[in-house]
Design a binder for this molecule. Sequence first.
Ligand code: SF4
Ligand code: MG
Length: 334
Amino acid sequence: TKHFPVRRTGRDLVTGRRRTVHAVDDVSLELRRGTVTALVGESGSGKSTVAGLLARLHPLTAGEIRLDGAPVKAGGGRSFRAYVRRVQLIFQDPFASLNPVHTVRYHLTRALRIHGRAGSGEAELEENLTALLDRVQLTPAHQYLDRFPHELSGGQRQRVAIARALGADPQVLLADEPVSMLDVSIRLGVLNLLKDLKDRLSLAVLYITHDIASARYFADTTLVMYAGRIVEGGESETVTQHPAHPYTQLLIASAPDPDRVVAEAEQEETGSGEPPSLIAPPPGCRFHPRCPKAMARCRTEAPPRFDLEGGQWAACWLYADGGEARHEPRKESA
Ligand code: SF4
Ligand code: MG
């Protein structure tokens, strides 16, 4: 369980003064073992910041993170060290995350040693290395162990990065755009691998993506992020087939082919207009300058979450008081 309103300090580009940027604001999410949660948004929406906060790459300035219900305290305490081991991050660019002068064997051995899982003796280490590569379907292991990153394909490199993360025996995998730099033809294979690992190892996977079509295919739950806030959430099938929030509707309408399984094109920009600056986000609903359905109150009052059917919810005034909503809201939770 993670709950954390967060601020990040940045430099104002206009005045040069330091000020607090609410890169992520009032965000609350829960990752469950054995499920994939997609966090979908444009670049600049704050979705990578969420991953960085969960991986403790950025400090939390407010809010808290809980693992198995227990709050994780900052600083080198026991709960913090356990957390850092249990929560592993997989980056977008596997080439950048692997050291080019070291072999696969080096990377994986190091991960196992750091986490005290290398075993005693050479034979046991070799067994553990082979098991890790088996997990990510790089077999036979001896064909891969002594290769350097540049001797692997992009997909193989990402599998090595995943194997390295598994070396820590994690409960949570944070995958930030894990396939967006890979050839289209191999994306599905890597996503299927993550899906398989989530089932077999009962991992909680946070899948961060700008591609809502892949969220439908790959994630159990989908959360949609806009300008530092989560604006809609629910089962992936529902959110992608019956989006409630106008921003989600725009994302889906502007996806090049809604039926495709994995994005063919990198669609970092979506629909009309640009996502707003997080230094001075619009008042009220942050989406109102781009929203075709904006009403007067949208410009001044930030919408709370309105619960819809089947666990779906949207932070949008359309769903207040029964509204013009397609869904009948049952209750309001602010
Ligand atoms: Fe559009 Fe208003 Fe809903 Fe925001 S709250 S998405 S501006 S209708
Ligand atoms: Mg990013």
